[in-house]
Design a protein around this ligand. Structure first.
Ligand SMILES: [Zn+2]
Ligand SMILES: [Zn+2]
Length: 185
């Protein structure tokens, strides 16, 4: 006998715009931690139904530091209690070092907070994908671990001072210029 997939009603977060959170499983928004408004639950149309096990915020990659609920890496906030899922706390737990100590030592050595360092690594990775591999911005953002393309674009603009699409354009024109130069020489 085939196992029946389980479905739940959905709700959208009116604070951060996160869509299709699960009515029963997600009591808090995975994006911003806001509590669910049960009155806003709805049945998604048949063709947009997603089985509970396939929901992006259902998983056991990390555990909530506050309530220990297993959570998907994609969740920024615990869907059971609304606490932020602090990736730093997860690293501290694994290394057995207090997270404040970890953060201070890291900052002393690298001159930047671990969260900023992580964001910069992700940005660098996405740039390489866009410029060298010709990935689309959405793919590069997802590959590098950004929540979505706009998260990547904002982080990029803050670090680099331009838009990812502009940077790609510049690299492309530089490349064709070099090719021309080479052909002429
Ligand atoms: Zn939200
Ligand atoms: Zn929790």
């Amino acid at each position: 006998m085939m196992e029946e997939a389980t479905y739940e009603m959905c709700w959208d977060c009116k604070f951060c715009g996160q869509k299709k959170l699960l009515g029963l499983t997600h009591r808090f928004c995975a994006g911003c931690g806001a509590p669910q408004d049960p009155a806003s639950r709805y049945f998604p149309p048949e063709n947009e139904k997603v089985a509970v096990k396939d929901n992006p915020f259902v998983g056991a990659d990390v555990s909530c530091p506050a309530c220990k609920q297993p959570m998907s890496r994609a969740a920024k906030c615990c869907t059971n209690c609304g606490s932020p899922i602090d990736k730093g706390a997860e690293v501290a737990r694994r290394t057995g070092v207090h997270r404040v100590h970890l953060s201070r030592s890291f900052t002393a050595v690298y001159g930047q907070a671990p969260s900023l360092f992580r964001l910069r690594c992700m940005t660098a990775r996405a740039i390489r994908n866009v410029v060298c591999d010709g990935s689309s911005l959405a793919d590069a953002a997802a590959n590098a671990g950004f929540a979505d393309q706009s998260h990547f674009t904002r982080a990029f603009a803050r670090e680099v001072g331009t838009l990812p699409s502009r940077l790609r354009h510049r690299f492309n024109s530089l490349h064709s210029f070099k090719t021309l130069d080479h052909a002429a020489g």
